[in-house]
Write a protein that binds this ligand. Structure first.
Ligand code: SF4
Ligand code: SF4
Length: 370
């Protein structure tokens, strides 16, 4: 689909994309975790840009991070130290997994990208005091941004930012909904490009492009699909090969439980209450990641519900090697799926993944089995 080409172009060359955005007068603040308050960053006049590893060889980052940290954290640090992120004007670190927290300290001491903020969100999300605390944390982050820009964030700008992000999320959710209803409507690599592109592209342009894609998809005659319906689960999935291999092996991704997917864009922010309380409500209520806590069984229940809603034939856990939060959660999540009679496959991935053949064989076997 030609409407998706700009997304492929964006994800293949984020540095050029960033240069264009800066020329359009927005400075760039990087983030790596879906708990980064993008709406506030945008309202302050910055462009929030999600960072992924360029997957270059790790050498400079070796001096700071052990080999048993996930390849996302190591790769992004390597990119910064090697000068590949010189377009950044700042970075924000939500307080989530240990690797991101450690990277935050290393980043503050060893890189020089201007603005820096830790956003120390609570770990437990399902109490009234946690919500009140989170609102205070967001207030502090707003103050940090205001110091950086030298003036208060105008309430109307924050409101407009929230509305813009709501528009983006609504259309991403609609694209996922259409894909689940008629999987043949959109190819796996295009779904990957749309969702990854949405985390880095200019947000005004993005909102318009997503609306156009939705209109085109809604008018398209859905081709029949006999592909097996797959849910991808895990932390981030920045490997287009997983999507294309699933398709090549006779599967189709109908939903995901990823923080580069549904967990990132799920949930509309209320516009009729105090904006910071509204942001808090979304972060507290959306599908939780394992670095946060909202109940002992909520993640397993969510995954089973997702699989049932989307009539999934199977779930593929695409977990990054050395990602402790997801590795610890995996056994109980699998148990929930087993109890519900839903088949699953566990893949341990790395940004420097070798052995595509083995991956393909495992996917093929699983997809034929379900
Ligand atoms: S899985 Fe959780 S901690 Fe990790 S990047 Fe995603 S939201 Fe952040
Ligand atoms: S992949 Fe896992 S360990 Fe790495 S940043 Fe995300 S949650 Fe943390």
């Amino acid at each position: 689909m030609k409407e998706i080409d700009p997304f492929h172009i964006a994800i293949n060359d984020p540095a050029t994309l960033a240069a264009g955005i800066k020329a359009g007068s927005r400075k760039i603040i990087g983030y790596m975790c879906s708990y980064a308050p993008e709406e506030l960053i945008y309202a302050a006049g910055f462009h929030p840009m999600r960072l992924f590893s360029s997957k270059s060889e790790i050498s400079l980052a070796e001096n700071h991070l052990q080999a048993y940290c996930c390849s996302l954290v190591r790769g992004v640090l390597e990119d910064s130290l090697a000068g590949r992120l010189d377009y950044l004007d700042g970075m924000v670190f939500p307080h989530t997994c240990d690797s991101i927290q450690r990277l935050s300290d290393i980043w503050r001491l060893n890189t020089n990208h201007g603005f820096f903020a830790d956003v120390i969100m609570p770990v437990k999300l399902n109490t009234a005091s946690a919500r009140a605390y989170m609102t205070d944390v967001l207030k502090k982050f707003q103050t940090d941004l205001e110091k950086a820009i030298g003036h208060p964030i105008v309430p109307a700008d924050l409101e407009a930012s929230i509305c813009l992000f709501n528009r983006i999320r609504k259309n991403l959710a609609r694209i996922y909904e259409l894909k689940s209803k008629s999987p043949g409507l959109i190819r796996e690599i295009d779904l990957f490009a749309i969702v990854k592109g949405a985390m880095i592209m200019d947000r005004e342009e993005l909102a318009q492009r997503l609306e156009t894609i939705v209109l085109v998809l809604e008018k398209k005659d859905p081709p029949p699909s006999l592909a097996k319906r797959i849910i991808l689960a895990g932390s981030i999935c920045d490997m287009v090969d997983i999507y294309s291999l699933i398709e090549a092996c006779g599967g189709t991704v109908v939903a995901d439980d990823l923080c580069t997917g549904n967990r990132w864009f799920e949930g509309i922010i209320p516009v009729d209450i105090d904006p910071l309380e509204a942001l808090t409500a979304r972060y507290a209520d959306r599908a939780v990641c394992p670095a946060k806590h909202s109940g002992n069984t909520i993640r397993g229940e969510n995954l089973v519900a997702l699989a049932n809603t989307h009539r999934a034939d199977g779930v593929i856990f695409a977990l990054l090697k050395f990602c402790d939060p997801h590795a610890f959660d995996y056994p109980y999540m699998k148990e929930f799926l087993d109890t519900a009679g839903i088949k699953s496959l566990h893949l341990e991935l790395d940004d420097h993944q070798q052995g595509q053949g083995q991956l393909s064989t495992r996917l093929e076997t699983f997809i034929h089995m379900i």
